[in-house]
Design a protein around this ligand. Sequence first.
Ligand code: OAD
Length: 231
Amino acid sequence: MREKVVVFTGAGVSAESGLRTFRDMGGYWREYSIESVASPEGWKAKPQAVLEFYNERRKAVLAASPNAAHVAISALEAQFDVVVITQNIDDLHERAGSTKVMHVHGEILKARSSVDPSLIYPLATPTLEMGQLCGHGSQLRPDVVWFGEPVRFMAEAAMAFASASKILTIGTSLSVYPAAGLVSEARPSAEKCLVAPEIDDPPPGHHFFRGKAARIVPHIASCWLEGRRPW
Ligand code: OAD
């Protein structure tokens, strides 16, 4: 049986691919309010503005490419049973070659019915416009999880954390729950690494690697592939 590895990612893993994070300088939540573009209330009040916000983000994702961190994560599959649990709505893990990716906050390259969350469509165009309807005749919205909505795959993600012997958490402020709470599902004996340029309070038992993902993640991945500790 192959050793189980969980890679848990946030916006910082895609920062060096040119995608904005949320809470850093230049992050989305420094420019937009969460209520206006990432809540059911914002959608109800100004759907056009919400579609425009995600149209811009979708264009940025389509123009971006995976960076060395995404590639190193996918390379771990050569030797380990790897599950990537991502808070990101981009598809850079998949494009780098990762085969098991759980998008707990949804996916920007999909649209969904605004009346039936189970009705999901791949988006063939970079933009989603008012008047594009689901099979029930209701407006399509981005297939992303907004504040106040249920986060996806939490039970499976918690099980993956609890059964992994190595956990690599990258580029997340660990400030949005319930996703951030997944790190506490890890076994005390699991080898746990956390990568970020800075973090206020690394969770207990984690080896903190201060720096950017594209430099540090390939180092950790190659150590694990060679059977060495990365610190
Ligand atoms: P944040 O913006 O909260 O945190 C990004 C983290 O990445 C910070 O700790 C940065 O220091 C770090 N970072 C920045 N550049 C990096 C780099 N090059 N390499 C490694 N780390 C880097 O983003 P998330 O934690 O992903 O949810 O945010 C969580 C959720 O909040 C998002 O999924 C989104 C947002 O609201 C929804 O929209 C539902």
